[in-house]
Design a protein around this ligand. Structure first.
Ligand SMILES: Cc1cc2nc3c(=O)[nH]c(=O)nc-3n(C[C@H](O)[C@H](O)[C@H](O)COP(=O)(O)OP(=O)(O)OC[C@H]3O[C@@H](n4cnc5c(N)ncnc54)[C@H](O)[C@@H]3O)c2cc1C
Length: 400
């Protein structure tokens, strides 16, 4: 995408434009339009995941926090998802890399809640949000890719495949590689983990009892997130070179590898017995934009911050960007201005920072190979398990 060029022809005018129709872009567009802004949401319609007998679940799933859940309910997207495809997580077990040690267990009941988090498929959530967007007055959905930006006297001219729009406020929710961020010349220093997040769906032969499980395995982190019908979504973060070696493995070889990890650590997980489709992978990186707001451009979601998926917080942080912007607008008679956005930026950066430290730190801690490092991290896990106060605090952080 380019940021300069010849003046664009006739452009429809909007109070705000959101670029990107992932979960964050759709959420932001609905929230802003509901506050009375004349709004355009521009992004190509994603190729939908269509369930089949061999692939019943979207391989992309999210663990959503309470705060995200409440917001999605408020904008009428939560109840639009088929109830049978939303899985509450009643407990979480975290295993270190000492196979004999008991896991750190966190129960929703310990903090008086019915669920620590909810597992939803990306496609169910996008369908629900697109439906909510269709019923939101003041929201114009443009199915197109944005390919040119130009700023003339505080107004952004946004050229897309089907025409052009103009606006003083441009929200970039166009993902980690954000073309809008690049065109607006906002910096985004990135640390590449040289790792892939490998996802796939498998079935367990014994009930998962709505428990999410995670294994820190030294050079990789494996998670089982519960799905309906005793299936699980696997999220396995592993070094890229390790993934290249694994890529050619058959479903049954993946099953054997998963069963070996799960069996070695806990008694009540039987071998994963039926693979439900191929695995997919996503490159893992860590990055935070130094500026999330400048010259009428506002960065949201992965366009502003990208974190390791080991804590399942990336999307939740993006939804919280929108929730906190909503609160700031509510306190400012729904008026967008520079002061409001500067304050919002400060608040969001300080709330995101602990999550970045935690994910970055945990990923580093469990990869250290110095003598004694394994003992320290596994003893740390045991200690947390025995300190109810600290454990409750950790649970509340995970639930937020
Ligand atoms: C393996 C893995 C597991 C994860 N698990 C979790 C989890 O359990 N919980 C959690 O909270 N997070 C999780 N995350 C993180 C989460 O996936 C991301 O944080 C989230 O998807 C980012 O959403 P977004 O809407 O900001 O961006 P995206 O979902 O990347 O959306 C970007 C949008 O921008 C559009 N776009 C791009 N370029 C243009 C253009 N030029 N013009 C118009 N539109 C454009 C795209 O079409 C798309 O609609 C996980 C990540 C990985 C890799």
């Amino acid at each position: 995408m380019t940021s300069v060029g010849k003046p664009m022809s006739e452009a429809s005018q909007f109070d705000a434009v959101v670029v990107g129709a992932g979960v964050v872009g759709l959420s932001a567009a609905i929230m802003l339009a509901r506050r009375g802004l004349k709004l355009a949401l521009i992004a190509p319609q994603a190729l939908p995941f269509v369930a089949s007998t061999s692939q019943r679940f979207d391989p992309r799933v999210f663990a959503l926090s309470n705060k995200s859940q409440r917001f999605l309910a408020d904008i009428r997207a939560w109840d639009a998802m088929p109830e049978q495809r939303v899985t509450p997580v009643s407990a979480m077990e975290v295993f270190g890399d000492d196979s004999k040690a008991a896991p750190l267990r966190m129960n929703a009941a310990d903090v008086g809640m019915s669920a620590l988090t909810w597992i939803v498929e990306q496609q169910s959530l996008l369908d629900a949000l697109e439906a909510a967007a269709r019923f939101t007055p003041g929201l114009t959905r443009i199915n197109a890719t944005v390919n040119q930006l130009q700023r003339i006297e505080s107004v952004w001219q946004v050229q897309h495949e089907g025409g052009a729009v103009s606006t003083p406020w441009l929200f970039a929710a166009d993902g980690a590689n954000s073309p809008v961020r690049a065109a607006a010349e906002l910096d985004f220093p990135v640390e590449d983990y040289n790792a892939e997040g490998v996802v796939g769906t498998f079935r367990l032969s014994v009930p998962h009892n709505n428990v999410a499980r995670q294994w820190f395995l030294g050079s990789s982190v494996l998670a089982f997130l519960p799905l309906p019908d005793n299936c699980i979504s696997m999220v396995w973060s592993m070094d890229t070179h390790q993934y290249y070696a694994w890529q050619r493995r058959s479903p049954s070889e993946w099953v054997t590898a998963l069963a070996a990890v799960a069996q070695g650590c806990v008694d009540d997980v039987s071998p994963v017995s039926e693979a439900q489709g191929a695995v997919m992978s996503y490159p893992l990186r860590h990055g935070v934009a130094p500026l999330w707001f400048a010259d009428g451009v506002v960065l949201l979601g992965d366009a502003a911050h990208q974190v390791h998926p080991l804590a399942g917080q990336g999307l939740n942080l993006g939804v919280e960007d929108v929730v906190d912007l909503q609160a700031a607008l509510d306190a400012n008679a729904n008026r967008l201005d520079d002061a409001l956005l500067r304050k919002w930026q400060r608040q969001r950066k300080s709330e995101c920072q602990p999550v970045h430290w935690m994910t970055h730190g945990l990923n580093g801690l469990f990869r250290v190979e110095l003598p004694g490092a394994q003992w320290i991290r596994n003893t740390g896990l045991q200690l947390v398990d025995r300190l109810p106060g600290l454990k409750r605090w950790l649970i509340s952080q995970a639930m937020r």
